[in-house]
Design a protein around this ligand. Structure first.
Ligand code: PLP
Length: 424
């Protein structure tokens, strides 16, 4: 089956076995081999595979209507999902705009920020500062905000080159600062950058509260989050959180930012929001931003498939399932169990340099020398080789280079939030 000719391409050829079916945390190929979905695909399948509630809700919706263009009809699934999303997010985030994926969510957030600035007479604000390393998507707008060299380089001439600040990869620092001081140090890089660019040209700061694939579940010191919020407020810069990977419960809270009590101005969601049942994403923003834009003539932005009732019926069932099965609490508890198990591996293997994460978004980074954090020789491709070995043994994990994509190896362990202690 694997050798059947294929006319299809993604990043590479390298055909994998044909997928047959999914069940809970498991996927089965057509040869009957079982895989533990230890990365929820690409940190997507948060409530596991073939969830009966979601399937039933989608089938019921399919029998009624699969598409109704949003300019022609309101639909109950989209209205209900928007209401449920507002209910599950912190106060101050009370308007929802649907999209079909993470890159679309990021670009929508930035365009909403820009249109809001225009309503405030702040037309000079157009720069979005983001971090290096980071990942925000692969369409041109989102790619320009992404700090990951190999993905950017071929297209660099075709992008404006939005400003970047260093992500707080404090595990590489060898200074004598306390964690709190380190957090402030990295946050103040943002302040310096805003001043260097000219505060009245800076529209927004975009960050992943817990890093995703490009940094390997990077968590900043606590002081970073509150200080970044203060700096944004000081200069009237909007804070956009990219929670495409971390949102919808993955880190043990609905939004990762809730761990630090910080509310962004706009948050981007996707991945776990549709949880693999439908291509779905959203931005959630305060009415304070949205209403002036609507009053001024409307949001000049939208995707054809956005808010379609079938995808929204899936999303609604996903959020209901998260709530009723207490899956967000489970993510927090199982995250602790997973971290303990991984820490035991770290004690055994000196080439594991760092273990980090929050809830069920965890990562290992490999190093040649733990005391200096010298990375492994890039040509070893340790991350890819480990992923292949695990795949052969029926465990799916997710790897990338770290440190901006040129060196360093890490892999992510991020199973569905339904996982049990025994399965871990
Ligand atoms: N933002 C983050 C933090 C992501 O992890 C991703 C995807 O990995 C994206 C944006 C882009 O999402 P998509 O691939 O659905 O466009």
């Amino acid at each position: 089956m694997t050798d059947a000719p294929s006319y299809l391409f993604y990043q590479s050829r390298n055909p994998r076995p044909f997928l047959d079916r999914g069940e809970g945390i498991y996927l089965f190929d057509e040869n009957g081999k079982r895989y533990i979905d230890g990365s929820s695909g690409a940190m997507v399948s948060n409530i596991g595979h073939s969830n009966p509630r979601v399937l039933a809700k989608m089938k019921a919706q399919m029998d009624k209507a699969t598409f109704g263009y949003r300019l022609h009809f309101r639909t109950h699934p989209s209205e209900d999902l928007a209401a449920k999303t507002v209910q599950m997010t912190p106060e101050g985030l009370d308007r929802v705009f649907f999209v079909s994926g993470g890159s679309e969510a990021v670009e929508s957030a930035v365009k909403l920020a820009r249109q809001y600035a225009l309503t405030q007479g702040q037309g000079t604000r157009h720069k979005v500062i983001s971090r290096f390393p980071s990942y925000h998507g692969c369409t041109f707008g989102a790619l320009d905000l992404t700090g990951y060299a190999p993905l950017r380089e071929p297209f660099a001439l075709m992008m404006e080159g939005m400003p970047k600040v260093a992500a707080p990869m404090t595990y590489l620092d060898r200074d004598n600062l306390t964690e709190e001081a380190r957090g402030l140090k990295y946050a103040d890089l943002l302040r310096d950058k805003i001043l260097a660019e000219g505060p009245d040209t800076v529209l927004a700061f975009l960050m992943e509260p817990v890093g995703g694939a490009s940094t390997g579940a990077l968590v900043a010191p606590d002081s970073y989050y509150t200080r970044v919020r203060e700096i944004c407020d000081e200069f009237g810069v909007l804070l956009i959180h990219d929670e495409v990977m971390t949102g919808a419960g993955r880190t043990g809270r609905f939004l990762a930012s809730e761990h630090w009590g910080v509310t962004p101005d706009i948050v981007a969601l996707s991945k776990g929001f549709g949880a693999g049942y439908a291509p779905l994403g959203a931005i959630v923003a305060g009415a304070r931003l949205v209403e002036p834009v609507l009053d001024a003539g409307g949001f000049l932005h939208g995707f054809t498939y956005a808010g379609n009732p079938l995808a929204c019926s899936a999303g609604l069932a996903v959020l209901e399932e998260l709530e009723e099965q207490n899956l967000i609490e489970n993510a927090a508890r199982m995250g602790d169990v997973l971290m303990d198990e991984l820490r035991a591996l770290m004690d055994r293997y000196p080439f594991i340099g760092d273990l980090r994460g929050k809830g069920l978004l965890t990562a290992f980074e490999f190093v040649a020398d733990r005391s200096t954090m010298e990375p492994l020789e890039p040509s070893l491709n340790a991350h890819d080789r480990l992923v292949e070995l695990a795949y052969q043994r029926g465990l799916i994990i997710y790897s990338r280079r770290t440190r901006g994509g040129t060196k360093g190896d890490h892999f992510l362990v991020a199973p569905p939030l339904i996982i049990t202690e025994g399965q871990i």
